[in-house]
Design a protein around this ligand. Sequence first.
Ligand SMILES: NC(=O)c1ccc[n+]([C@@H]2O[C@H](COP(=O)([O-])OP(=O)(O)OC[C@H]3O[C@@H](n4cnc5c(N)ncnc54)[C@H](O)[C@@H]3O)[C@@H](O)[C@H]2O)c1
Ligand SMILES: [Zn+2]
Length: 375
Amino acid sequence: MTAPLRQSEPVVVPVALGARTYDVVIGRGLLASLGERIKTLRFGARVAVVTDETVATFHLAAAEAALRAAGIECTRIVVPAGETSKNYTTFETVCEAIIAARVERSDVVVAFGGGVVGDLAGFAAACARRGLDFVQVPTTLLAQVDSSVGGKTGINSRHGKNLVGAFHQPILVVADSALLDTLPKRQFRAGYAEVAKYGLLADAAFFAWLEKNWKDVFAGSAARDHAIAVCCRGKAGIVGRDERETGERALLNLGHTFGHAVEAGCGFSDRLLHGEAVALGMALAFEFSAKKGLISADEAVRVSKHLAAVGLPTHVKDVRGGVPSVDTLMNLISQDKKVKRGALTFILVRGIGQAFIEKNVDATEVRAFLTDKLK
Ligand SMILES: NC(=O)c1ccc[n+]([C@@H]2O[C@H](COP(=O)([O-])OP(=O)(O)OC[C@H]3O[C@@H](n4cnc5c(N)ncnc54)[C@H](O)[C@@H]3O)[C@@H](O)[C@H]2O)c1
Ligand SMILES: [Zn+2]
């Protein structure tokens, strides 16, 4: 892990799911090879590229050029940028556009954007013509290390986020780390919280590597590709063992119980991006684990220190405009997790890199912890 990293060949991480096995390919400048890669997998396929307005401005011309260079006929479907596009109306627009473009069962949908486009286009691909192949070309750090891998697709319901969707695995993921050069720093930083998550949940050596090398990950050197590859390997392993989240996959929710509650309490607004909420949530999960005597207080401090050094929130006081009351947070947590006789499920830790699923967390203990934090 400490050897110098050089820019080299793309890294290929397989997601092993039997007949639905696919590769995640990671490297700088990979977008140029998109057409050839799709042609190799589905010779003669037409392509519908789904993207958002912002990504289209920066990168759509290059994506289309890569497809046309391989002789692939393509059509574009551009949706507004942002979470609000994960709605029924935009979903309908995307499905209708795919059908109107005569994209057939032997063709391919390309999801070209962040997690929003990946979830929306992936779900449209799962549904249009009863299921089309799709390729993920993630353009945010969050999407490259998390949402593009694993086949969860969907849109939001008025009852909550991601409540309408399908498991639909892509046939390929192409993660071009150079696309992240145009990502606003705040978005990159938020995605970094999910990067740190992989170290914190199952890979202590990776977390230690991040503590030393995070600046290079931000700068976009070979360290960035290395970090993305480690995360994708981590996620691919978990998804390969537990595709439908009946067990281990829930570990990926480290920091998300506290995080979601605060994120929802802030109205999923600009005040707190998802990754920022996850950083705060992970800091709280470590502190809560320390309070329960599972780890030393020092270990929780080490985690917060790294996240804070990067510029992520680790304390409720870091949230612009403040966080909601303990009552509101407890309500949100129990909605999220379904309280069973006062017991909640949380991802806790026995150390950095040693997360586990605890199904028996006492709600009153969580309330006392949060009351203390909000003082
Ligand atoms: N399916 C899963 O397993 C999974 C996992 C985690 C999160 N998600 C979902 O992912 C979504 C969040 O994803 P996100 O953080 O990528 O948000 P996003 O897709 O909204 O992207 C964030 C912003 O960055 C812009 N952008 C994207 N790529 C860019 C680039 N290269 N240069 C400049 N700007 C760029 C977008 O237009 C958008 O404004 C949420 O809806 C969440 O539910 C899904
Ligand atoms: Zn997340």
